[in-house]
Design a protein around this ligand. Sequence first.
Ligand SMILES: Nc1ncnc2c1ncn2[C@@H]1O[C@H](COP(=O)(O)OP(=O)(O)OP(=O)(O)O)[C@@H](O)[C@H]1O
Ligand SMILES: [Mg+2]
Length: 223
Amino acid sequence: MAIRVRGLSHVYRSAGKSVAVLQGLDLDIEPGDYVALSAPSGAGKTTLLSLLGGLEPVRSGSVIVGDVELKGLTGDALAAYRRQTVGFVFQHFGLLGTLSSQENVELACALSRETRTERRSRSQALLDAVGLRERASHKPIELSGGERQRVAIARALANRPRLILADEPTGNLDEDASRRVIELLEEIRTVRHCTLIVVTHNRSLAARAPKNYGLADGILVAR
Ligand SMILES: Nc1ncnc2c1ncn2[C@@H]1O[C@H](COP(=O)(O)OP(=O)(O)OP(=O)(O)O)[C@@H](O)[C@H]1O
Ligand SMILES: [Mg+2]
């Protein structure tokens, strides 16, 4: 998934105040690239991922992902882009506590018009792929942090994304679990030919990515 960003700016407006976060950012990513992004809190990392992933509409500048120009897309069109292209992995897992691992993954499969049987077998295969076949019936509270994140990764893969955006996916994990989560994302990138963008504060994890960027004054800086 090639990504071409030109002059991307983003301003949040709330309670009569405006916060300019991104200020004319440029970025080029080739299909299958693996990019790590590190910057201080508040620099705009989550904002950038939200714009690339269609969680937030692009109002100023140009963002082309594959052959889709995101500028001007809103509502259903943005949702369709997300569904067809993007897998998100967050720091806080975002799993539904009352559902089992398998149900959490199945729910994401449900978004892509499959029969119940197809969903079931695909969610099993996805849990298998992240090494959690034995934990399919466990609820999040019955899983370790690393296992929860692996369920969240299986869920992110449900729509067969070509772009995986991971926002501090190891933020709540110890060193060992963090490494395994990153290794899993790297393996997925290789096997499924995904483009992978990981936000991380962890220097040794960031160093695994061939391309490293920081964010300062609303634009990217090479590291
Ligand atoms: N919905 C919003 N409304 C107003 N301001 C926002 C909103 N979301 C983020 N901001 C502001 O935009 C700036 C960038 O936020 P963002 O979440 O992108 O930072 P970040 O680099 O991901 O930080 P962290 O490392 O703490 O997650 C911050 O100053 C934040 O307060
Ligand atoms: Mg953030």
